[in-house]
Design a protein around this ligand. Structure first.
Ligand code: IMP
Ligand code: MG
Length: 176
């Protein structure tokens, strides 16, 4: 079996939309500072592109999470593999994610972060697959809603590959 990538959202389209969202965020946070939290590794490319285009002051922090495995999947409890370096007390937090799928990871993470007394917590995602949702998550900023297909590129991987593609594509499997 080999894989082929079909372009779903071109580099130009992603770029245009990231600029739009960045300008909306800059307006919404006028007069404030944004503490952006990137969920590794998928969110890295999006966070960089977004942060470069935001015009209010920005600080960055990173965290890495992994799910506990299938038996606890429905509980949505995730393990924090790498925690943030800085406290969130009084900060206006903007979580930056690559994709919201079932919503389990983010609904859990938002609760954990809210417990650290930030001023506000909002969520910005590159992609959203609303059809797949099992846990409610309020998505404040979303670049694209996509159908239930497995996508790669712009940070998203398939078995750690394809994160560096400058566009978003669907993985198609072919028998050789
Ligand atoms: P969930 O919302 O808790 O189900 O988890 C979302 C996470 O699953 C994302 O942060 C991605 O790491 C991964 N994921 C979900 N859908 C895709 C996809 O289409 N391509 C690549 N990773 C995905
Ligand atoms: Mg992710």
């Amino acid at each position: 079996m080999s894989e082929k990538i079909r372009i779903l959202i071109s580099e130009e389209e992603v770029d245009r939309r990231v600029r739009e969202i960045a300008s909306q965020i800059s307006k919404d946070y006028a007069g404030r500072e944004i503490h952006m939290i990137c969920v590794l590794k998928g969110g890295v490319f999006f966070m960089c592109e977004l942060a470069k285009r935001i015009t209010v002051p920005v600080s960055l922090d990173f965290m890495s999470v992994s799910s506990y495995g299938d038996d606890t999947k429905s509980s949505g409890v995730v393990k924090i593999v790498k925690d943030l370096d800085q406290p969130l007390e009084g900060k206006d937090v903007l979580i930056v994610e690559d994709i919201i799928d079932s919503g389990r990871t983010l609904s859990y993470l938002i609760e954990v972060l809210k417990g650290r007394n930030p001023n506000t917590v909002h969520l910005c995602t590159l992609l959203d697959k609303p059809e797949r949702r099992v846990k409610d998550v309020t998505v404040d900023y979303c670049c694209f809603e996509i159908p239930d297909e497995f996508v790669v590129g712009y940070g998203l991987d398939y078995a750690q590959k394809y994160r560096n593609l400058p566009y978003i594509g669907v993985v198609e499997f072919e028998t050789d």
